[in-house]
Write a protein that binds this ligand. Structure first.
Ligand code: GLA
Length: 408
């Protein structure tokens, strides 16, 4: 090496960060959208169900509405071979994951898999501990596009390090794979996972009820409102490429229509990943129309990626705001209670300032058109008082579109 080259190498080493486990950059610039098998199928999953789900994702219009990932959760695994390579359960996935990935890709979709940082997954299948680089390579060879990485059987592991190891393994494998961190918010991933994963669970598991806690002995699962309330204080950590994940959706899994609508709306206000968790093959038209509401999806997928916030609460009624691109806002009035509630919103009484984004609604100086995102009706402008009745466990969700050539 010439002296000049050596000096250059020293200079590069001096500025380059220490070898660090970093995620694959440039992925999930808006919250990931797709489907995951767990909420509806749990361990009862097979390649046939996954293929049919991919077909349904296309036929239902979900793919065209933005849903991309078809994610297989726990229990796809078989055993490791003599060299330690993991394979799929030959009974449930006889054609193997590579063939399934090819099929899903042929539909214009992407395939996701699930593993665990510990010795075993939560369903007792082989985990990736000690096999991280080997498993990441296997997933990349199969054509996997998304990995959800769970946190069962991890005694003695430090979460940040364990997730960094898998992030490094995925990056080394060379394929762009979205990395979904699932340690239930136990180790405050929002404080360290921005460089490690593209999304991180903020809570324990969701369950299909609006406001309940289901006790499973040593852990609980949570209804929509409980999960929503647990997002308090986390919004500063979300943004393009790194999202808070309040868990996969329960739309179509047994709640009422209004509860499903409220759930979907609030996930959009939170800039949450929109991962459907129902049986797409048999869903009702009502469920389909909720999941494919383009204007609500556009709020979720807003390119600025600023998570919304609760602006006010009056008994069961909450008013949430989310700053959007082009100086628009999404506003969602959530009725947490079972009885209908009336709201009269005189925009001019409200000065909404968001310290995090530096955005202000400035209703006295700016005019916005108001559009109801669930009825698709224009409700006039912010000059008019918004007067509406909101059903129990329902929402009124509007988009305020700034009228640029008008003064109020
Ligand atoms: C954990 C996760 C769930 C699901 C199951 C699978 O509970 O939080 O989302 O992946 O494991 O066993």
């Amino acid at each position: 090496m010439t002296r000049a080259l050596a000096a250059l190498a020293v200079a590069i080493l001096a500025v380059a960060p220490a070898a660090q486990a970093q995620k694959f950059e440039g992925l999930a610039l808006t919250p990931p959208m797709g489907w995951n098998s767990w909420n509806h199928f749990a361990c009862d999953i097979s390649e046939e169900t996954v293929r049919q789900t991919a077909d349904a994702m296309v036929a239902s219009g979900m793919r065209d509405a933005g849903y991309l990932y078809v994610n297989i959760d726990d229990c796809w695994h078989g055993e490791r071979d003599a060299d330690g390579f993991i394979g799929a359960d030959p009974g449930r996935f006889p054609s193997g994951i590579k063939a399934l990935a090819d099929y899903v890709h042929s539909k214009g979709l992407k395939l996701g898999l699930y593993s665990d940082a510990g010795w075993k997954t939560c369903g007792g299948r082989p985990g990736s501990r000690g096999r991280e680089f080997q498993d990441a390579l296997t997933y990349a060879r199969w054509g996997v596009d998304y990995l959800k990485y769970d946190w069962c059987s991890t005694e003695g592991l430090r979460a940040e390090g364990a997730y960094q190891t898998m992030a490094a393994a995925l990056t080394a494998a060379g394929r762009p794979i979205v990395f979904s961190i699932c340690e239930w918010g136990d180790n405050k991933p929002w404080e360290w996972a921005g460089d490690v994963g593209h999304l991180w669970r903020t809570t324990g598991d969701i369950t299909a009820c609006f406001d309940c806690e289901v006790d499973h002995g040593d852990w609980s699962s949570w209804g929509v409102l409980r999960i929503l309330d647990l997002q308090e204080g986390l919004r500063a950590h979300a943004g393009p490429g790194h999202w808070n994940d309040p868990d996969m959706m329960e739309v179509g899994n047994g709640m009422s229509e209004s509860e499903d609508r409220a759930h979907f709306s609030m996930w959009a206000m939170l800039a949450a990943p929109l991962i459907a968790g129902n049986d797409l093959r048999t869903m009702s038209e009502t469920t389909r129309s909720i999941l494919t509401n383009r204007e609500v999806i556009a709020v979720d997928q807003d390119p600025l990626g600023i998570q919304g916030f609760r602006h006010s609460r009056d008994g069961d009624l909450e008013v949430w705001y989310r700053p959007l691109a082009d100086e628009d806002w999404a506003v969602c009035v959530l009725n947490r209670g079972p009885a209908p509630r009336r709201i009269e919103l005189d925009w001019h009484d409200e000065t909404v300032s968001d310290e995090l984004s530096g955005r202000q609604t400035l209703f006295n100086a700016r005019l916005y058109r108001v559009r109801d995102l669930w009825t698709g009706k224009d409700l006039g402008t912010t000059r008019r008082v918004l007067d509406a009745e909101i059903g129990g466990h329902d929402v009124l969700m509007v988009r305020l579109a700034r009228v640029l050539d008008a003064d109020d």
